[in-house]
Design a protein around this ligand. Structure first.
Ligand code: ACO
Length: 372
């Protein structure tokens, strides 16, 4: 047995949900560019869960279901008030709150396709409420309930800020949600599939996935990108900053990808939005710094920016706290996790690879009293 480190290039399952072929990302055969330019996030959720685009009636039905299921059990809100929310990372709070949701769902362990679909609806609906409620509670504000007249993207921004977002903000946020929704067997999706392949429940699968997304090599990179842009501070310092990091053999977050070689097809949409939104909000320097970091880094390393690089300045210009960037990734990616969880259940086999043992050879047990 020889190990393939990081499972690079290993094909671990079949899937009908999304594919990356020759650096082109598709959801159920629809090119991500087409979806980013035209689809609402609700349509994409439906597409991932049903493997077809919805009719107007089906879309309305799903939108209504999401709106009806957005409220949280009061215990989840109460638990946010029990600890010092200012010292807790929102990804840790999200991970714990999703696990808690399982405690208040009396169907949590019922293994039935329709019940599991309804759990997917409940999780997709409640995760934005968790993220926005946590964000408001830590600022001493009361959580805000979603509005029936707003779409998913608009509702998130409304529940976060308490004001109706501008059309340009809704368009940008919707596009970011569409772009982050699914990505084949990325680390968090694989984690979700491994978890539920033991026939564990949907809440456990999503909780595990949130844990995997949190890391800076995966979803946590977008927060780290903003930290870097803030540290750099002005465009004239960007080149020196990047060269110094490279000299010290440190990674620059937001660049590189395990699968894409020519470039991440989602990055160009986020770059365009970053330019537009940072200019509109008077934060143009963050786009300029990003561009300079991009140009300097890619002139030295053949590693183009990934989805996380320009999303940082997009979210910053929407006025979102930097530590909420990764939870927002989860608000979108949970749609993909749930699609994969339902797909895993539909044709399940336990996922259990092997390890190439490299530890000591045969040893004799020595009682503790005789050990030196
Ligand atoms: N900055 C500097 N060097 C890098 C970077 C980077 N961002 N990414 C890769 N490299 C270098 C590595 O140091 C390594 O160099 P070496 O061969 O001289 O040791 C080489 O490129 C290969 O890198 P690996 O980390 O082995 O590549 P892998 O395929 O395992 O990792 C990953 C992919 C984790 C995304 C990596 O590119 C990385 O750490 N990027 C920064 C974090 C990031 O942006 N993550 C988000 C990814 S997208 C997403 O999850 C949503």
């Amino acid at each position: 047995m020889t190990a393939t480190r990081g499972l690079e290039g290993i094909v671990a399952t079949t899937s009908s949900i999304s594919s990356i072929i020759d650096d082109t990302l598709t959801y159920v055969g629809y090119n991500i560019d087409d979806l980013a330019n035209n689809a609402s996030f609700e349509e994409v959720i439906y597409l991932l869960w049903h493997l077809k685009l919805p009719t107007a009636g089906e879309l309305e039905e799903l939108s209504n279901l999401l709106a009806e299921n957005a409220a949280l059990p009061p215990e989840v809100i109460e638990h946010f008030k029990m600890y010092n929310t200012k010292e807790v990372h929102p990804m840790a709070a999200l991970r714990t709150a999703v696990s808690m949701l399982g405690l208040y769902d009396d169907k949590a362990d019922v293994m039935d396709p329709q019940e599991n679909y309804m759990k997917a609806v409940r999780l997709q609906a409640k995760i934005p409420t968790i993220v926005t409620s946590f964000a408001r509670i830590r600022n001493g504000q009361e959580p805000i309930a979603p509005r029936k007249d707003l779409n998913f993207a608009a509702n998130f921004l409304y529940m976060l800020n308490g004001k109706t977002p501008e059309p340009v903000e809704i368009e940008a946020f919707n596009k970011a949600l569409v772009l982050h929704a699914d990505h084949e067997l990325n680390a968090s999706t694989f984690t979700a599939r491994v978890c539920v392949a033991t026939l564990s429940d949907v809440y456990s699968g999503v909780t595990a996935a949130i844990g995997a997304l949190k890391g800076p090599l995966h979803g946590g990179a977008n927060e780290q990108v903003m930290k870097m842009l803030t540290e750099i501070g002005s465009v004239d310092k960007a080149e020196e900053y990047v060269l110094d990091k490279l000299e010290k053999k440190e990674k620059i977050m937001g660049f590189g990808h395990r699968v894409y070689r020519q470039g991440d097809p989602r990055a160009k949409h986020l770059k365009e939005m970053s330019k537009r939104l940072t200019e509109l909000t008077g934060q143009g320097k963050y786009y300029e710094i990003s561009e300079k970091v991009d140009a300097t880094f890619t002139s030295k390393k053949d590693l183009p920016p990934n989805v996380d690089f320009y999303s940082a300045s997009v979210y910053h210009s929407l006025g979102i706290d930097h530590d909420l960037f990764t939870p927002i990734f989860a608000v979108s990616r949970v749609s993909g996790w749930l699609a994969h969880i339902l797909e895993q259940y539909s044709d399940n086999r336990l996922i259990r690879p092997r390890a190439d043992y490299i530890g000591p050879g045969k040893q004799e047990y020595v009682p503790v009293s005789e050990r030196g």
